[in-house]
Design a protein around this ligand. Structure first.
Ligand SMILES: [Zn+2]
Length: 344
């Protein structure tokens, strides 16, 4: 218990102790600097150092967020080239992460199926109808799930790698498509990224706001709006069980800073990581998932689960202090990027 307590104390080093120490170190002064410092190369370095410290070794993949982000959105042609290469990569096998949670994703982008007593809640729908058919429907069948049981398709945010397969699943299975009101409006009025490689956006259906819940059978999924990656990104929170033991999971719905030089969005992102840090602590959230497997390491974790004895510890269970540290890393990298933009 003492270890957990210590870890959770250290999980938010960005605004206070560790950051102050790092800034003091860099500036060679013993005094604690003011909380809101004017951005400088030193504050960028201090935020990166704090994020790196929070990441330790286990969360190092998250530090890709600390690399400088471009000030302009990628051009369409560049985006299309990258997407085509991602989609061409062979998909990993589908897998079961928890008693009630299944991975049915592609190599680059993930889709997750929550099995409830009254059907399936699918989180995200991949890039295209073809991927939804091959990987979501095909993956579910391989895992013994019936895609006709999909009742909801929860789209974490309005980018096509998450909604591209949604219209197909919605039409075929009469599944309800859930997105935040903000991102429905974005997809209806001004797509942030538009490419024919992705399936078309779904038609507005169930619109949720922060604090709403989707309940299906014995399972409730709480919707937290965590703005930044898009302004209506949903990070769902729900229960999972592993060998019958209950855990609380959050899926961080949008991670990258691919929106160009937009300081208010980074401010929103920083605020979302701080707010969700408090939620993680109060709800003892101990599982952090992503919709991209390079962020949460889901492919490696699923591979480990396939190899290990059923009673061994589930690698998806990180513990609450580690989930808090993850948010501290993401928030710290966002602060570094904010200061970089302010210096440009
Ligand atoms: Zn996105």
């Amino acid at each position: 218990m003492a270890q957990r307590k210590n870890d959770s104390k250290n999980a938010f080093p960005l605004k206070t102790t560790a950051l102050a120490a790092v800034v003091a170190l860099i500036q060679g002064c013993a005094q604690t600097p003011p909380r809101q410092q004017a951005p400088s190369e030193a504050t960028v370095a201090a935020h990166v150092a704090a994020a790196t410290h929070a990441a330790a070794t286990d969360l190092a993949p998250l530090l890709t967020l600390c690399k400088p982000a471009p000030a302009a959105r990628p051009a369409q042609a560049e985006l299309d080239k990258g997407l085509a290469a991602f989609i061409a990569k062979p998909a990993p096998p589908p897998g079961q992460a928890f008693d009630n949670l299944y991975f049915v994703g592609a190599d680059w982008v993930s889709a997750w199926a929550i099995k409830t007593s009254d059907g399936i809640i699918l989180i995200d729908a991949l890039n295209t109808q073809a991927e939804a058919a091959a990987l979501i429907e095909g993956g579910m069948r391989k895992l013994g799930l019936d895609p006709a049981q999909i009742k909801y398709v929860l789209v974490t945010h309005g980018h096509g790698d998450h909604y591209g397969g949604a219209p197909y699943l919605a039409e075929k299975y009469r599944a309800r498509v859930v997105m935040s009101d903000i991102d429905w409006t974005m997809t209806e009025t001004r797509l942030e990224f538009a490419t024919p490689i992705w399936g078309a956006p779904p038609k507005r259906d169930v619109s949720v706001k922060d604090g709403d819940r989707i309940t299906l059978g014995d399972t409730s999924v709480s919707m937290y709006i965590t703005p930044g990656h898009t302004m209506g990104t949903i990070s769902p929170v729900f229960d999972v069980t592993s060998n019958g033991q209950r855990h609380r999971a959050m899926l961080w719905g949008g991670t990258g800073f691919n929106f160009g030089k937009d300081v208010p969005r980074l401010d929103a992102y920083i605020g979302a990581t701080q707010r969700m840090g408090a939620v993680v602590q109060s709800q003892r959230i101990d599982v952090l998932l992503s919709n991209h497997s390079n962020i949460d390491g889901s492919q490696a974790k699923l591979a480990a689960l396939r190899q290990q004895p059923a009673a061994a510890a589930n690698p998806f269970v990180l513990g609450t202090p580690t989930v808090e540290r993850s948010l501290a890393v993401m928030g710290g990298c966002a602060q570094a990027q904010r200061d970089r933009f302010l210096l440009q």
